[in-house]
Design a protein around this ligand. Structure first.
Ligand SMILES: C[S@@+](CC[C@H](N)C(=O)[O-])C[C@H]1O[C@@H](n2cnc3c(N)ncnc32)[C@H](O)[C@@H]1O
Length: 359
């Protein structure tokens, strides 16, 4: 019993392909741009390509983005998206095992998926990366108008599962740049000399008994934290905050206390949330339009747009970091990584090397 663990099983899980490491061959006829960069596009099956990369780049890739076949049952012009369920599971399992080895200790992997395989993928990722390394699930609004042929619900979002290689207490992703709109939420109703501020909750759960104490507002009202919560600050620290005018009791001094957070003291950037709207990062229509601009003959049904990839790479990597996409498709990630100054390894199954823009 002690050794029993929860895992997803399927026919063929234990028969993973044995792949011998290969050597990558440089094809100068496909060179593009600056030949001195370390960037590369690798043509071929990604299992072989990943195995080849594993020898040299284990533990070095800061950010991996993959957009694997979703197994929707469609037969796309570019590839067959209709694998038998267990075949798909074996395909993704074998690749994720190598992708994990490639990730650096402070790295993260971002995986686009939808409801066809997404929930099975989550369980597989929990097994491979460790459930404790799960960061979040991002919901990306890929479309905005309902498909009226649907008789039940019209799905308009994709998921992006995000895992850290090693989610230590110090692990962090980059922040999003501060916007004027975000800054405009900071006000200065009490003319504090430290400048505009916004207020945050003073109560926090779960309850820590030593931080449960009565606070008397300037108007004389007695306040306790809500049931199941305690105050965020010890009594001593709270009194220090009051002396430093960092607690806000409202205009009339009668509100439940809140902590003042000054714009001048916030770290640059704001933490990304998990709901990514089409206004923020674009949608499938935008992606198709972009793809058409460099390849009007054969536009893939669900490419990913630059703004989405840019968001992922800016949260998960810094200039000079190695990033990787092993289900490349139309090449968006390559173009974005290059533009953002990231080094990248891309693995392409198709034979064409496509760049969206002059790089
Ligand atoms: C969902 S699409 C990726 C779309 C891409 N992100 C874009 O924006 O166009 C999945 C891609 O994975 C590729 N693919 C599927 N199986 C593969 C394999 N074994 N090795 C390499 N690429 C593979 C397909 O050819 C397809 O281009």
């Amino acid at each position: 019993m002690a050794n029993q663990k929860l895992e997803l099983t399927w026919v063929g899980k234990d028969e993973q392909p044995r792949v011998e490491p290969r050597i990558l061959l440089h094809d100068p006829s496909k060179d593009y741009g600056d030949s001195d960069t370390e960037n590369m596009l690798i043509h071929g099956d990604n299992l072989l390509a990943l195995k080849a990369l594993e020898q040299q780049y284990s533990g070095q890739v800061k950010c991996i983005y993959i957009d694997p076949p979703y197994n929707t049952g469609s037969a796309f012009e570019q590839y067959d998206d209709n694998l038998e369920h267990s075949t798909w599971l074996s395909l993704i399992y074998a690749r994720l095992l190598i992708l994990k080895n490639l990730l650096s200790e402070d790295g993260s992997i971002w995986i686009s998926i939808d409801d066809d395989e997404g929930h099975y993928l989550k369980v597989i990722c929990d097994e491979i990366f460790g459930r404790y390394n799960f960061i979040e699930e991002v919901v990306w609004q890929r479309s905005f108008s309902p498909i009226n042929l649907k008789k039940t619900l019209s799905r308009c979002h994709d998921l992006i599962l995000v895992y850290a290689k090693n989610k230590t207490p110090n692990f962090e992703l980059n922040k999003l740049p501060r916007t004027l709109e975000a800054n405009s939420r900071y006000k200065n109703p009490d003319n504090d000399s430290r400048g505009p501020w916004t207020s945050g909750d003073l109560s926090v759960g779960p309850r820590v008994e030593e931080n449960v104490y009565e606070i008397i507002t300037p108007s004389g009202r007695k306040v306790l934290p809500p049931d199941g919560y305690s105050w965020r600050l010890s009594k001593e620290r709270f009194n220090e905050f009051v002396r430093d005018n960092r607690i806000w009791f409202g205009d009339k001094g009668n509100n439940t206390p809140r902590i003042k957070r000054f714009l001048s003291e916030t770290r640059q950037g704001i933490v990304a949330m998990t709901l990514w709207s089409r206004e923020e990062v674009g949608d499938s229509q935008e992606a198709k339009k972009e793809a058409k601009s460099f390849n009007s003959k054969s536009v893939f049904a669900t490419p990913k747009q630059e703004r989405l990839i840019e968001r992922i790479l800016s949260l998960g990597s810094n200039p000079g970091d190695l990033v990787l996409d092993s289900f490349l498709g139309s090449g968006t990630t390559a173009a974005v990584a290059h533009k953002m100054g990231r080094r990248y390894r891309q693995i392409v199954k198709s034979s064409a090397t496509l760049f969206r823009k002059e790089l």
